[in-house]
Design a protein around this ligand. Sequence first.
Ligand SMILES: Nc1ncnc2c1ncn2[C@@H]1O[C@H](COP(=O)(O)OP(=O)(O)OP(=O)(O)O)[C@@H](O)[C@H]1O
Ligand SMILES: [Mg+2]
Length: 492
Amino acid sequence: MNLEQLKQYEGEDASPYARAMIESFRSIGYNLSTAVADIIDNSIAAGAKNVWIDFAWKEENTSLVITDDGRGMKEKELVKAMRPGSKNPLLDRSQEDLGRFGLGLKTASFSQCRNLTVATKSKELNKIIYRCWDLNYVTAVNKWRILKYLSDQSLIARLKKLTTGTSIIWKDLDRIIDKSGESPEKAMNQFLERIESLKKHLSMVFHQYMENQKLTVWIKNRKIAPWDPYLKTEKATKVIAKAIINDIIEVVPYVLPLHSKINRQVFENASGVKGWNSHQGFYIYRNNRLLLAGDWLGMYKQEEHYKLARIFVNIPNTVDIDNIWQLDIKKSVATPPPEIKTQLKEIADKTRKEAVEVYRQIGERRQKSNSKNKVLVWTDKKSKGRRFYQINRSHPIIANFLSRYPSSKAKLNRLLRLIEETVPLPLIVSNETENNDFQTTPFEGKASSDMVKMVIELYESFIAEGKTRDEAVEEILRTDPFAHYPELIENI
Ligand SMILES: Nc1ncnc2c1ncn2[C@@H]1O[C@H](COP(=O)(O)OP(=O)(O)OP(=O)(O)O)[C@@H](O)[C@H]1O
Ligand SMILES: [Mg+2]
């Protein structure tokens, strides 16, 4: 139906109730870290070089102020900025502008507090102006109304010292300050823990801006250091083939060094906020701002032996790209379209292969040095001109089992004999020669459950025998088939 036809029908007003709608703005799913990151996106868009996060713990009267030295806003701009949906998401924006929906300032703030004041100073006006959203007031009057209100001059002390800039002031922080009768000490500790997570989150999300000296973020006058997911300054970090997809998407696949090749502290720091295993995969940036930090985009599961693979992917922030990558309001989700996903998967395959190779190499080195006295599951024997294959009764797993159930020992031995005597040799030989490239390593693709249990049992039995950790690990690495999985054993 076209627009002209629709206009002929009777219409009725169905604008949202301020009271109900503004409360639902609170539930977009931000936490303190993602909310502050969204506020800093605006600072970057306003050309800020510095962002200061200040707070003073006063229990329920605690406030949090985010100040930038960007260009600030004139009065009309300020009023417009306070409006939910201040800009059309379909409009093109400058490259530095990380915004899209005209919502972030409001939704991120309301997710954490009930009172938001924006104070700003532009070159044109050269004085501080402010506006305030107060959720209690909106609820009482049931109107979308902002106030010319600032509760306390001390909250703009930082802004007063700047020539231009903006302060986002959060008061009545009901979502992060627990008033439910907890002891004030506990509430303060919880708050400080959240600040600690915030610090880590910002050093990750804006690491590119910080590394390139485009932005400095200060928490209570202390500068936050960038977190480099790729350990770019380590000599042992490898860059696999760089690529540019569709002329605009920059891809740099990294394989990080093994822990034995780097300093312990560097290794621990590289584990990031989620830990080594969860930080493998793609790192998706939108104009150098990190959206996703380690995710295989549904292509694979995260597995221990691929944890050294981290792939940088930077997309620009145009209307079309944001649309087809399905950017969300919080800027926490971006999904590549199918044809790009296929190309990314090829790159991921290559990178994962290289990442697992790092472990295979140490495995092989150890295997070589141990090959003389390696303990195999199967041994081959020759008797009366006939070759036959036997299960090694002194292989630790089998020996353990036999000694654990002495009453069934004879039965178990008969079972093993049965298997040995009926190995379908001719079938194996003919199948293997047909499919030369189909030889797999033992437990290929199943290293997760049965293998892990067996390794742990074996390890425990060696320790029970009085071996040290290192001796037990050496012993397991000599034992077939575990020698194929050094990364598993290293992690015991
Ligand atoms: N720190 C700031 N300095 C200058 N202008 C700002 C600042 N913060 C917000 N603004 C202005 O307010 C507008 C609204 O910000 P808001 O975060 O709500 O939406 P957005 O950034 O346009 O889009 P998104 O919803 O994707 O964040 C911005 O477009 C910008 O013009
Ligand atoms: Mg924004």
